[in-house]
Ligand binder design. Structure first.
Ligand code: OGA
Ligand code: NI
Length: 349
């Protein structure tokens, strides 16, 4: 017969034994000396040693604080290959060192800004910034045209494709975190940006050495008009400054980090729970600087407006709906002007 059919001895409920008030436990429960809970073993481990406690909320909280209080943060261990980051930045440095004629074939116009450019805004006689740039579209794919990306250096197109692909993934992760932190559904921001059909573009900024850096700026004060920006700064040359109250804080780039910042569209969508923050770039007389700004934006033709979940009687919608295509005409016409645009959008109360 199978020994698993019944118990070999009568069952005693331990609870009854305990409740009976006995002072000594029955022999059957007394273990051999080496099997008893040894005070020696316990004290050698020390009572303060414990298995790890992991607070899954901690990273979310530190991102929420950075978004609320700074609008800027640096992210490390982001999953993007450090080698890919460095190679992409260096291939762009090489591009800017190509002969002028080679670069001129990509000269841009203010209608799309795509290509090789040296100014933002079309105001005649405006003060200019000490920088050149290259601007290209990645998403939606209908706007992507690799023929408009530099053919030289020969690895440029491939690296840009790979780099942008990785950054789209990282932005997907970050928008989830920001949505949750705002008390929205994880997918909220991604959906508000157009789901699969988000906008994404890359601007490579080149800040040449400047003989009189005290008299100019590499990029005038502005907030980024789009959703969220991931900036890959130059490794050893600081230049980005972030406005904190009435001071400008120079960002010290952490090796292999991305600098993340909130753009105007997240300010609108979050009904100003998060605000885009003004920033600018200073130049120097000793070293050129290259930076890659990846802009993750709402698709151009979608209406962007405060999330209904963040609108209530005591926190009315601060902004009227507007598409990103309409919105970005402003910076494309007037050039960088601090936060004047998003502030001017405030709907009258
Ligand atoms: C930008 C920008 C900063 C930098 O391209 O919008 O803010 O450090 N760039 O180049
Ligand atoms: Ni910017």
């Amino acid at each position: 017969m199978n020994c698993l059919q019944s118990w070999p001895e009568p069952i005693v409920r331990v609870q009854s034994l305990s409740d009976s008030g006995i002072r000594a436990i029955p022999k059957r429960y007394v273990k051999g000396p080496s099997d008893r809970p040894s005070p020696l073993v316990e004290s050698s481990a020390g009572s303060d040693v414990q298995i790890p406690v992991i607070d899954l909320q901690k990273t979310l909280d530190s991102i929420a604080t950075a978004c609320r209080e700074w609008g800027f943060f640096q992210v490390v261990n982001h999953g993007v290959s450090h080698e890919l980051m460095a190679r992409t930045r260096e291939v762009w440095r090489e591009f800017f060192h190509l002969p002028l004629e080679e670069k001129q074939q990509y000269a841009n116009s203010p209608s799309t800004y795509e290509g090789y450019g040296s100014r933002l805004g079309v105001e005649k006689g405006a003060k200019l910034d000490w920088s050149d740039y290259f601007f290209l579209h990645y998403l939606p794919t209908s706007l992507r045209d690799q023929n408009k990306w530099p053919k030289l250096p020969s690895s440029c197109r491939e690296l840009v494709g790979k780099y942008n692909e990785e950054l789209v993934k990282l932005c997907g992760k970050l928008t989830k975190i920001l949505s949750l932190n705002l008390g929205l559904k994880e997918e909220y921001l991604q959906q508000a940006f157009g789901g699969e059909e988000v906008g994404a573009c890359l601007r490579i900024n080149f800040y040449p050495k400047c003989p009189q850096p005290d008299l100019t700026l590499g990029l005038s004060s502005h907030s980024d008009p789009g959703g969220m920006t991931l900036l890959l700064p130059d490794e050893n040359v600081a230049g980005l400054q972030v406005r904190r109250a009435r001071k400008w804080i120079t960002v010290k780039p952490v090796p292999n980090a991305f600098i993340v910042n909130i753009g105007d569209q997240i300010q609108v969508l979050s009904n100003a729970r998060y605000r885009s923050v003004e920033h600018r770039v200073i130049v120097n007389s000793v070293k050129e600087r290259v930076s890659l700004a990846f802009f993750y934006n709402p698709r151009g033709d979608l209406l962007v407006q405060p999330a209904p979940e963040l609108v209530a009687e005591d926190s009315p919608a601060l902004y009227s709906p507007m598409t990103y295509n309409e919105y970005r005409v402003f910076i494309r016409t007037r050039g960088p002007c601090g936060k004047s645009q998003v502030e001017s959008l405030k709907s009258p109360k």
